[in-house]
Design a protein around this ligand. Structure first.
Ligand SMILES: [Zn+2]
Length: 313
């Protein structure tokens, strides 16, 4: 018990150091008789990176994979968030990470922390963030859109609802190799495009991809998962949100009809509703989102030949 407490304190002080780069547990606790034991313990443990990109665009997502002999749990700290590293194979931990669309270009630090039985180590890697080209769409709002913009509560409620939707997640592993295109339609707005309303300035980047399609066109699940939300949202209108595992969610919005209740399981390609124009919308289209632990990412990146995440295929 005493050893465990001492170990925790030393690790905590090490991790607060800026230049803490490898599993080096010495500097901050010199002359402490427990340190030698910690050093010995930690010579036995290391974090080896199997997969990590060297550069990635803001708004994109990527997978990291590390191996650490005996590692049972882990986390990855980056962009001010900590996401879990899930054990996906013996000694192998993995996580899907989303780069926020507003992330500035430059170098960021990724801090991996791995915990085994009575030990914990960390390692810091660097990642280059590239600036994403941005387009601006000018939109002329309908009366209903102006009402939603000015009622003072819709956008606030929407933010709360979105936080609730992705706050908890299933621990199952994301299994799809690639996602499927969820509707037969034409892309009318890309992820990250800025919107300018009437003659106003560009505002928030677009959080998904829009497919223009006639009202009533069938919408299908991009990957298998649990329907964790099936109801009206103040801005996104009639919506279905699916939890695919590993922190990956997809959202289908502005629907005219939904076919499934919350809690249902849906297979990849299963029909979940019909295209509509409910909520904050100029006309019939599907607004499709892919989120990683609540951060919107570019859905197009998840389609073949994009991000391949499944280990089993
Ligand atoms: Zn949209």
């Amino acid at each position: 018990m005493f050893l465990a407490v001492g170990l925790t304190l030393i690790l905590m002080s090490c991790r607060s150091s800026d230049d803490f780069n490898q599993a080096n547990l010495v500097s901050s606790a010199e002359n402490n008789p427990q340190v030698e034991l910690v050093e010995l313990l930690d010579r036995e443990h290391s974090i080896d990176v199997i997969e990590i990109p060297s550069e990635v665009y803001a708004g994109d997502s990527f997978r990291v994979m590390i191996s650490s002999s005996g590692g049972l749990l882990g986390s990855l700290k980056v962009f001010g968030n900590s996401t879990p590293l899930l054990l996906v194979d013996s000694d192998v931990l993995s996580s899907v990470v989303a780069v926020p669309i507003g992330q500035r270009s430059g170098t960021v630090a990724l801090e991996f922390v791995v915990t085994g039985i009575n030990w914990q180590i960390s390692k810091v890697m660097q990642l280059e963030i590239l600036e994403r080209p941005v387009r601006v769409d000018r939109i002329y709002r309908t009366d209903e859109m102006v009402r939603i913009s000015t009622d003072g509560s819709s956008f606030v409620e929407e933010v709360d609802l979105r936080e609730q939707q992705t706050k908890t997640y299933s621990t199952r592993q994301y299994q799809s190799k690639f996602m499927r295109v969820p509707v037969a339609g034409v892309i009318s707005t890309f992820f990250g495009d800025m919107r300018a309303y009437e003659d106003g300035p560009p505002r928030n980047p677009h959080s998904g991809v829009d497919f223009a399609a006639p009202k009533g066109t069938l919408v299908s699940a991009a990957a298998a998962g649990y329907v964790i939300f099936s109801a009206m949202m103040p801005v996104r209108g009639k919506s279905v949100v699916i939890d695919h595992g590993s922190g990956v969610f997809s959202g289908y919005h502005h629907l005219s009809k939904v076919y499934l209740a919350g809690g249902s399981w849906i297979n990849a390609g299963g029909y979940l509703g019909e295209v509509g124009s409910t909520g904050y919308s100029t006309g019939p289209h599907l607004h499709w989102e892919v989120l990683v632990y609540g951060t919107p990412t570019d859905p197009i990146q998840w389609l073949e030949p994009g991000l391949s995440l499944a280990l089993s295929q």
